[in-house]
Design a protein around this ligand. Structure first.
Ligand SMILES: C[S@@+](CC[C@H](N)C(=O)[O-])C[C@H]1O[C@@H](n2cnc3c(N)ncnc32)[C@H](O)[C@@H]1O
Length: 443
């Protein structure tokens, strides 16, 4: 398809925050275009009836348009809604959840208003950045959407301010220690990614992901880094030898200090290792868990399954309200943390099992009154849902970070379960992502 320039009016936003426009033949998906806005559009890419396009000039502006605070907005693509007023972002997310549930299940369910994030800048407690080199100087960046082009980014305003500063020092030290940056095309070089987790106590854990574990002077590097930033409690080396875009490898070597961070949720202290999952917006952890616990309306006789439990944060947070909790998780590092968290918080009615959630639920003969599941983005499995239905819990709490897989999985729960409450929570301001907590009750 040859490139064409035409004038259109945007009809709505798609599930990725792109403006949708249509003509007689095609549907176009356009970055940085809001509903009601008229613009000159140039087509950029065509796949069947679906066409990407970019704005050449904006003719009329939406009253919901705001100036994005980030100087990389048009290049990076990570915060694809930053040009939309925050209240409207929340509305968009609510409608997205509602429409997707309707599309997959055919039920017209009431979806609550999205709970806003307490912080909408500097809220991300975890960063994982690839590196590039320009004229011999290393830099951090993010990949441009749907491309392998690394955009140099000096500061990311949704990430913790502290981790931005640490990144600056890491670049200086990488140069000083003459470390090579990994090139994913040639497979040459060593440093692949830097991960930084920041706790709400403003303590950090830095993970250096390398192709090779021979990183000369790594202990001195770590010590020097900590001397500039005493907030760093530990530096870990993660080795990923594979030609892959998966960030972390299997092997980890603590280089200096601790190999975990500690954080507080309600009155519990949690240990989180470098490769264990942790919710990325600490300002909203308690809001999310409080909502899940409130919807479960637990009683002292309840036995709860916390499937996809990570480091045990949800199960431990609700343990005092119930008789027994079993947490299932397939990441050995997270399960190790979960056991540690059980011990350090003196919880006696919780147990953790290292297993695939579907595998566990298929073979267990335990009865559960409430099942909580918080799977990764790809959702759960149909087998998990069918096994869940056999157990017949009174309530199911489904926590999801992707409404597409949530909507797909909710369908499997019907008709034996009713989708009673759907509560979107904004854990990811400025992006099209949304967290959702659902209550399903046994009919
Ligand atoms: C979205 S996180 C939720 C973790 C925890 N509930 C929390 O709030 O921190 C999903 C978790 O599921 C785990 N996981 C992924 N696939 C799994 C599977 N097939 N079986 C069990 N756990 C799995 C991941 O390692 C991760 O810890």
């Amino acid at each position: 398809m040859s490139k064409q320039i035409n004038t259109y009016t945007c009809l709505s936003l798609d599930d990725f925050g792109k403006g949708i426009i249509k003509d007689n033949k095609n549907t176009f998906f356009v970055d940085n275009l809001l509903p009601g806005e008229k613009a000159q559009i140039e087509t950029t890419f065509n796949y069947g009836k679906i066409t990407s396009a970019k704005v050449i000039s904006l003719i009329t502006k939406s009253k919901d348009r705001v100036i994005p605070k980030c100087k990389y907005f048009s290049l990076c693509g990570g915060c694809s809604l930053m040009h939309l007023d925050y209240k409207k972002q929340l509305e968009y997310k609510r409608n997205k959840v509602k429409n997707l549930i309707h599309k997959f299940t055919n039920i017209d369910i009431e979806v609550n208003d999205t709970i806003p994030s307490s912080d909408i800048y500097n809220f991300r407690n975890k960063i994982q950045k690839p590196l590039g080199v320009s004229k011999g100087n290393p830099y951090f960046g993010y990949y441009q959407e749907s491309s392998h082009k690394l955009i140099k980014i000096d500061e990311c305003i949704i990430e913790s301010a502290l981790s931005n500063k640490i990144c600056d020092t890491i670049l200086k030290l990488i140069k000083k220690y003459k470390y090579n940056i990994y090139n994913e095309d040639t497979y040459i070089g060593n440093i692949r990614h830097i991960l930084i987790k920041t706790s709400s106590f403003l303590k950090c854990l830095v993970t250096i992901v390398t192709k090779d574990e021979n990183l000369k002077g790594r202990k001195e590097f770590a010590k020097e880094l900590i001397s500039y930033h005493p907030e760093i409690e530990g530096v870990v080396l993660n080795i990923n030898k594979n030609k892959t875009n998966v960030i972390l490898g299997q092997k980890e070597i603590p280089i200096y200090g601790k190999d975990f961070i500690k954080d507080k949720i309600f009155n519990y202290i949690f240990t989180i290792s470098s490769s264990s999952f942790y919710q990325t917006n600490s300002s909203m952890d308690e809001t999310l868990y409080r909502k899940a616990i409130e919807l479960a309306s637990l009683s002292k006789d309840d036995r709860v399954l916390d499937a996809y439990c990570g480091t045990g944060t949800i199960g431990i947070s609700l343990s005092s309200k119930v008789k027994e909790v079993i947490g299932i998780e397939n990441n050995p590092s997270a399960i190790k943390d979960a056991f540690f968290n059980k011990k350090r918080n003196n919880i006696n009615n919780i147990n953790f099992i290292l297993d695939d959630a579907t595998n566990y639920i298929n073979k267990t003969d335990k009865r559960f009154d409430v099942i909580i599941l918080d799977p990764p983005r790809k959702g759960t499995t149909k087998e998990f849902v069918l096994a869940c239905k056999k157990i017949k819990p009174k309530k199911i709490i489904y926590i999801s970070c992707d409404p597409v897989t949530l909507a797909r999985d909710l369908k499997y729960f019907l008709p034996e379960y009713k989708v009673e409450v759907v509560q979107p929570i904004d854990m990811f301001p400025h992006s099209y992502h949304v967290e959702t907590v659902c209550l399903l009750t046994k009919k």
